[in-house]
Design a protein. Structure first.
Ligand code: MLC
Ligand code: AMP
Length: 438
């Protein structure tokens, strides 16, 4: 957290990285972002030792958090005076956040200081933050939800943040019930786990003393929404955002929080729904959601083509970001409902799994010639990835899973492997995933 703030203060760019990533994923990010300084922890040294020269070639200094005191005492930083640095403009880059976006390998979303500020100021107003607030945060700090919606907004409010390194239902319930925490943010999987834990224990679960509990990053089922309200007396506030845009839409803090909806645009954000031709749909019809506002990123790092494809212009020349999310807006009250995605992206427990990346790893396993990864509904994770594989020789399932674990983060490893004779294809040879057996 200190390194994050210090880097922003210096006018340098932070590239957060998921600690679950394996060599292949780390190498891709490092060779694309070309960082000069890396801050990590001892536990990561093993996987970093597998990263090839190319990946680490730009890293001039690797700092371990465990040895940070020693590093600072050695006087390694040569210029510590903030005045020695050039002033930071709002349009300067602050963060490169890697995301698979709507398609393709993961790309760095270029977020400026102004982008972060837009999300933060929108949330400060919309959710009525104050310096008296205490936020309990157990989400990872390498994604928008934990880093910007949670940590950065809380710090901007002058609020207090209690950080837990990992989500443990017992510890979280104890904090929530302690009366010392006002806000909690989670992905739907966390709320489901809190409810499962409540069902398995006899105790007090009244959370009416809390100010706000928010859900986001993946769809919150109406069932979890309703059960959470009946068990705790708290109505979850669901909101919608993206790495590329920060926060876009939110149910109201003071008004009605409608289950199954993500509310209305946050201050400074505009949202519209368009059809396949990019024309605005008739009110109430479904289509792709597009957004614009100071929160929307600057484009993808070193991917001008992908950036161009991700934006459209309307008749008055305004630039809109195409989210890849399908939505409908209720003509009576203006609340948006998300209806799925126009892309193959799988969102599992709030983490993104891009099927193509997993398919490539599966096909690199001896004897597997073709693979198709699809998302299927899961109570625990919302959605999980399962794999259909075509193989020329028999293989041990455990060997394949171990192979996957070596090459991609464990959460991306398919929860099920289903051998199949051939993948269904159309006349052009394109795999038709919707025709795979259920
Ligand atoms: C962990 N596992 C998952 C998983 N997380 N499998 C599928 N999907 C996931 N999300 C698997 C691991 O691979 C491992 O498998 C086993 O579960 C236990 O791992 P763990 O690390 O101990 O899991 P746990 O700590 O319980 O993690 C679950 C979780 C975590 C829900 C706490 O997934 C999480 O923090 N999710 C939140 C992600 C997030 O912050 N997203 C926000 C993105 S920003 P095995 O087989 O090895 O045992 C964004 C924008 C916005 O989307 O709008 O906010
Ligand atoms: P990411 O690329 O990790 O930032 O994930 C962004 C995606 O998460 C969005 O494009 C949505 O598909 C999804 N998402 C975020 N919030 C919600 C929500 N409240 N309900 C449904 N999906 C959501």
């Amino acid at each position: 957290m200190i390194a994050y703030l210090a880097t922003l203060r210096l006018g340098a760019i932070v590239v957060p990285m998921n600690l679950a990533y394996r060599q292949r994923e780390i190498e891709h990010m490092l060779s694309d972002a070309e960082p000069r300084l890396m801050v990590t922890e001892e536990a990561q040294l093993e996987v970093l030792s597998e990263v090839g020269e190319d990946g680490l070639s730009t890293v001039e200094e690797l700092v371990l958090v465990e040895g940070l005191d020693r590093w600072l005492a050695d006087g390694t930083p040569t210029s510590t005076s903030p005045s020695a640095h050039r002033p930071i403009a709002g349009s300067d880059l602050a963060l490169l956040m890697y995301t698979s976006g709507t398609t393709g390998p993961s790309k760095g979303a270029r977020l400026t200081h102004d982008n972060i500020l837009a999300t933060v100021t929108g949330l400060l107003a919309a959710w009525d933050w104050s310096d008296q607030d205490t936020l309990l945060l157990t989400l990872p700090l390498f994604h928008t939800h934990g880093l910007i919606v949670g940590l950065t907004t809380a710090l901007a409010a002058g609020a207090t943040v209690r950080l837990h390194r990992k989500f443990e239902p017992t510890a979280v319930w104890a904090e929530l019930l302690s009366g010392e925490v006002d806000l909690f943010f989670g992905v739907p999987t966390l709320y489901r786990r809190l409810l499962d834990h409540a069902a398995g224990h006899r105790a007090r679960y009244d959370l009416r003393h809390m100010r706000l509990l928010c859900s986001g990053s993946a769809p919150l089922s109406a069932d979890v929404h309703e059960t959470f309200r009946s068990v705790t007396g708290q109505t979850l506030l669901e909101r919608y955002g993206m790495t590329e845009t920060g926060m876009n839409l939110s149910n109201p803090y003071a008004g009605e929080r409608r289950p199954g909806t993500v509310g209305t645009p946050l201050p400074g954000v505009s949202a519209r729904i368009v059809d396949a031709e990019g024309c605005r749909v008739v009110e109430g019809e479904q289509g792709e959601l597009e957004v614009r506002g100071g929160n929307v990123f600057d484009g993808y790092w070193r991917a001008p083509e992908k950036t161009r494809e991700s934006f459209t212009s309307d008749e008055s020349g305004q630039r809109w970001f195409c989210t890849g999310d399908l939505a409908r807006c209720d003509p009576d009250n203006g609340y948006f409902t998300l209806l799925g995605r126009s892309t193959e992206l799988i969102i599992s427990g709030g983490y993104n799994i891009y099927p193509r990346e997993v398919e490539e790893v599966l096909c690199a396993f001896p004897g597997i010639t073709e693979a198709a990864v699809v998302g299927v509904p899961s109570e625990e994770w919302g959605e999980v990835g399962i794999a259909y594989v075509v193989c020329t020789s028999s293989f041990a399932r455990d060997d394949l899973l171990a192979f996957c674990r070596r090459h991609i983060a464990a959460f991306k490893v398919p929860k099920e492997i289903r051998p199949i004779e051939a993948l269904p294809r159309n006349a052009l040879g394109k795999v038709q995933k919707h025709r795979l057996p259920q």
